[in-house]
Design a protein around this ligand. Structure first.
Ligand SMILES: NC(=O)c1ccc[n+]([C@@H]2O[C@H](COP(=O)([O-])OP(=O)(O)OC[C@H]3O[C@@H](n4cnc5c(N)ncnc54)[C@H](O)[C@@H]3O)[C@@H](O)[C@H]2O)c1
Ligand SMILES: [Zn+2]
Length: 383
C-alpha cells in the first residue's frame, strides 16, 4: 500500500501557534511553533495538527527519549488518546550510544511487534539522538513510513529536526549510515525547554548564533540586543530565536535539499574546526554546540587573516558567543592532531582544506585550498 500523499496542512493554525513552511515541492512540510500559557496543559493542540499534517493514518508509534517520557512524551500520547488512532510507545535510552546499529535493529523489531504497516506514522520525541534514530527507522522500515519530529532540546528545535537528515553512527565514525527523509511536520513546543539542563540549552544557542552569521544579519542584531532575555528563556525572545533559526535552516534546505549545489554546506560554518575539536578532545567531553562555538571563532580568525573580512566581524561574534555563555577557546587544542582530523573529514574535497568563511555578518562563502599554516594559526589564536 502506498503512503498517502501529503495533505495541505498549513492553512489554519491556532493563535498561539505559528507555522513556517519548508518549501520542498511535493515534500513541503510545516514547522509548527507553539508557545504560551497553555503549554503542557493543552493536550488537544498536537493531535489536531498531527492529523492535518499526516492525513490518512491508523497508527502512531511514539519513539521517545526516556528522559522526557513523563513530560513531552506524556503530553504527546495524552493528546493522541483523544484521536481514533491506535497508539504504540517505544522507549529509547538517553544519549548518543542509542544511535547504533544494535539499537536500530532492535527498534525495527519493536516496530514489527507493534504491527506497524504503511499507515503507521513514527513520532520522534526527544533531542537530536531520537530524531536521527527514529527518523532513520521511519525512512527504512517497510521502505518508508511517515515521520513527525517533536524536538525537545534547543539544538533539535533549531537544527536536527528540520532538513530531513537521519542516521546512526558506526564504531568508525558518526552519522556514517543514514538517509534523507523529510518529516511531514515538525512540532515545536517551547515549553518543553523548561526542563532542559542549562549546559544543553547554551550549547544549542551556538547553532542559533550561527544562522545570524551565515545568512541573516538582522537576526544577528536581534540576538545581540536580546541575548540576556534568551538566556533567561523568556518566552517571546526565545520563540523568536527558534522561529528565525528554523526559517533560516528552511531557506537553506529548500535551496539545496540533498547537498548537491553546495548551498547547504554553509550550515557547516565552524563545523570543520568543531568536528576536529570534538574528535581530538574525545567524543562526549565537549557538547556539540560548545565545539561549534570554538569552531566559529577559529573560522572567523581564519577569515580575518586571509583578508576576507574585517576584525569587527570577529569582535561582534566573540561578544555574542561570550554573552551566551559559550566557550571561545580551547587551551588543549593540538594543531597537528586537529589538522590531521580535518584532512580526513568527509567534507574535504580531494585532500584540500575547505572552509565556510564569513565575509560579513550575514554572508559566508565556501573557500577551497586554504593553506595549512593559516589554519594552524587560526587554531593557535583560539587556545
Ligand atoms: N539530522 C541532523 O540534521 C542533525 C543536525 C545536528 C545534530 N544532529 C545530531 O543530533 C544529536 C545531538 O542532539 P541533542 O543535542 O539534542 O542531543 P540529545 O538528543 O542527546 O539530547 C541531549 C540530552 O538532553 C536530554 N533531553 C532531551 N530533551 C530534554 C528535555 N526537554 N528536558 C531535559 N532533558 C532533555 C537527553 O536525554 C540527553 O541527555 C547528535 O547525534 C547529532 O549527530 C543531527
Ligand atoms: Zn551543528
Amino acid at each position: 500500500m502506498p503512503i498517502p500523499p501529503r495533505p495541505d496542512s498549513t492553512s489554519n493554525p491556532p493563535a498561539d501557534t505559528s507555522v513556517i513552511t519548508v518549501e520542498l515541492g511535493d515534500r513541503a512540510y510545516p514547522i509548527a511553533i507553539k508557545s504560551g500559557e497553555t503549554g503542557l496543559a493543552d493536550p488537544s493542540g498536537f493531535a489536531s495538527h498531527f492529523l492535518d499534517a499526516v492525513g490518512d493514518c491508523t497508527h502512531a508509534i511514539v519513539v521517545q527519549d526516556v528522559a522526557i517520557a513523563d513530560s513531552a512524551g506524556s503530553m504527546i500520547t495524552q493528546s493522541l488518546k483523544s484521536s481514533p488512532l491506535r497508539l504504540s510507545v517505544i522507549q529509547i535510552a538517553s544519549g548518543e550510544t542509542s544511535k547504533s546499529t544494535d539499537r536500530i535493529a532492535q527498534l525495527w523489531n519493536e516496530m514489527l511487534d507493534t504491527a506497524a504497516d504503511r499507515r503507521s506514522v513514527v513520532i520522534a520525541v526527544g533531542g537530536g539522538v531520537i530524531g536521527d534514530l527514529a527518523g532513520f527507522a521511519a525512512a527504512t522500515f517497510t521502505r518508508g513510513l511517515r515521520l513527525v519530529q517533536v524536538p525537545t532540546t534547543l539544538l533539535a528545535m533549531v537544527d536536527s529536526s528540520v532538513g530531513g537528515k537521519t542516521g546512526i553512527n558506526l564504531p568508525g565514525g558518526k552519522n556514517l549510515v543514514g538517509s534523507f527523509w523529510q518529516p511531514h511536520m515538525v512540532w515545536i513546543d517551547t515549553d518543553f525547554l523548561s526542563t532542559l539542563p542549562e549546559r544543553e540549552y547554551i550549547s544549542g544557542l551556538a547553532e542559533v548564533i550561527k544562522y545570524g552569521v551565515i545568512e541573516d544579519a538582522d537576526f544577528f542584531e536581534y540576538l545581540e540586543a536580546n541575548i540576556a532575555a534568551i538566556l533567561q528563556r523568556e518566552p517571546e525572545p526565545t520563540r523568536t530565536a527558534i522561529a528565525k533559526s528554523c526559517e533560516s535552516k528552511a531557506r537553506v534546505v529548500a535551496d539545496d535539499e540533498r547537498e548537491t549545489t553546495g548551498r547547504r554546506a554553509i550550515l557547516n560554518y565552524g563545523h570543520t574546526f568543531a568536528h576536529a575539536v570534538e574528535s581530538t578532545a574525545g567524543y562526549g567531553v565537549m557538547l556539540h554546540g560548545e565545539a561549534v562555538s570554538i569552531g566559529m571563532q577559529m573560522a572567523a580568525e581564519l577569515s580575518v587573516s586571509l583578508g576576507r573580512c574585517d576584525r569587527e566581524l570577529l569582535e561582534r561574534q566573540t561578544a555574542l558567543l561570550a554573552a551566551a555563555g559559550l566557550p571561545l577557546t580551547w587551551e588543549d587544542a593540538d594543531v597537528n592532531d586537529m589538522i590531521a582530523v580535518m584532512a580526513r573529514d568527509k567534507k574535504v574535497a580531494h585532500g584540500k582544506l575547505r572552509f565556510v568563511l564569513p565575509d560579513r555578518i550575514g554572508n559566508v562563502e565556501l573557500v577551497g585550498d586554504v593553506p595549512a599554516d593559516e589554519v594552524a594559526a587560526a587554531i593557535r589564536a583560539c587556545r
